[in-house]
Design a protein around this ligand. Structure first.
Ligand SMILES: [Zn+2]
Length: 435
């Protein structure tokens, strides 16, 4: 077996520590067929994220993808039915179980060894393992690796179905039409059940899924005609070309979220922050992840971005516990929603200014005046400064234009975009911009 020294990353959507890492290997590709190998990979990547192959297109940015070049001495795959035996690196063979012609699989020990060699030193592990075989006869298999005939006309659909097994642990939903009855234990896979009411996926019963139809409990699944039920009349785990049904789609999303979190990064929250200009989080995909901000456990209406400036929302001096609630609002998941959420909490202190100074802290549409006079100082000087600021700037009104007791603060609205969002301080008797 020959594995080229290094893997190649061809899809990089961010730090692999918080991405699902797809790793391709190939079998039956000779050194001169690496171009064919790449074209088979490209076809699968296009298909995986193609419109309609839900849930994958929605979560495209959650994935990175890499390629390991495994060189075979000969081209193709073994086929015992025709006495075809070729020397390939991973021993890919049809009729892998000795019975089922379309069952194409590889020597798993050799595949694992090639994977280890190819990813030696890599800062990620293979989380979605695909092996394309350089063969055109229909076939595939989903064990620890999703194996498929890369040269077959249905190759990419086979690969998606096999990913259902290898990535999401889904069962086949087809039956053999031989009047067989299942009598074993309740299957562990999420998309088949012995229960004729479909209680296993009760949250989806009655849901009318576009392209699939009504989710229920349909008899005939996992190779048996009787005694096992599937969620939909026909899905990709039963027939190629169909979408994944709601139960399988949900499981795939949950498995993605078992590998990634909604956030890549956030402002350090390991210490109490003093007067931070803003709090922030960095989403894995801002077009998917939504945000709510809470101050002392109370939702702040209108605060729904990746950044949050408490002063802009009218909070003055004080100590606060501020929480960002970050979540994927998809209606494709109705269970284990905690996997789709991530909360970050900061302890924050905003101090009132030094004696003898005053601040005008302006946010998007609100401002806060804060100040404290020096011991023995009359309030009139600060009052005049603030008053002058109010009249000379473009502040249209204030709830407290003549600050009273100390420490004092005023709040109001700012009509001019010139002021937003900025901080102003007092230098002598003049208001100056600090930002
Ligand atoms: Zn299958």
């Amino acid at each position: 077996m020959a594995v080229r020294a290094d893997y190649a990353t061809f899809l990089n959507n961010g730090p692999s520590g918080n991405r699902a890492d797809i790793v391709f290997m190939g079998d039956g590709y000779t050194a001169s067929e690496m171009g064919t190998y790449q074209s088979h990979i490209d076809a699968m990547m296009r298909h995986l994220f193609q419109e309609g192959q839900d849930p994958f297109p929605r979560y495209h940015n959650y994935f990175n993808a890499h390629r390991i070049d495994v060189i075979s001495q000969q081209s193709g795959a073994d086929d015992p039915s025709s006495g075809t035996y070729v020397n390939t690196a991973l021993d890919a063979s049809y009729r892998f179980d000795g019975v089922t012609q379309r069952l194409l699989y590889v020597n798993e020990a050799k595949a694992n060894a090639a994977l280890s060699a190819g990813l030696s030193g890599a800062p990620f592990t293979a989380e979605m393992k695909l092996i394309t075989v350089n063969a055109s006869q229909y076939g595939g298999g989903g064990g620890k690796h999703a194996v498929y005939a890369g040269g077959n006309a249905s190759s990419t659909e086979i690969a998606l179905h096999e990913l259902g097994h290898s990535f999401a642990g889904l069962a086949d939903e087809y039956q053999y039409n031989n009047n067989s009855t299942y009598t074993g234990a309740e299957p562990t896979e999420p998309n088949v059940t012995k229960n004729a009411t479909g209680a296993k996926w009760s949250r989806w019963i009655g849901y009318n899924q576009p392209g699939i139809g009504v989710i229920g409990a349909y008899e005939g699944a996992r190779y048996y005609d009787h005694g096992l039920y599937r969620p939909s009349l026909n899905s990709k785990m039963r027939t190629l070309g169909q979408p994944f049904d709601a139960v399988s789609r949900e499981e795939i999303i949950l498995d993605i979220y078992r590998l990634v979190d909604p956030l890549d990064a956030w402002l350090n929250n390991s210490v109490t922050l003093e007067n931070p200009s803003k709090l922030w989080v960095d989403s894995i995909d801002p077009t998917i992840i939504q945000h709510q901000w809470f101050v002392n456990n109370a939702l702040v209406p209108g605060a729904n971005g990746e950044e949050f400036d408490p002063l802009a929302f009218g909070f003055g001096p004080g100590t606060y516990t501020i929480k960002a609630h970050n979540y994927d609002p998809t209606d494709w998941v109705r269970a284990s929603l905690d996997l789709l959420q991530e909360d970050i909490t900061w302890n924050v202190t905003y101090t009132i200014p030094e004696p003898g100074s005053a601040w005008l802290l302006a946010g998007a549409s609100l401002f806060i005046l804060m100040g404290r006079k020096r011991a023995g100082e009359k309030g009139s000087r600060l009052t005049r400064i603030i008053h002058d600021a109010l009249e000379s700037s473009t502040i249209c009104h204030s709830s407290n234009p003549h600050p009273g007791p100390i420490p004092w603060e005023g709040r109001g609205e700012i009509s001019s975009p010139r002021l937003a969002p900025k901080a102003f301080g007092v230098d002598g008797d003049r208001i100056k911009s600090l930002s």
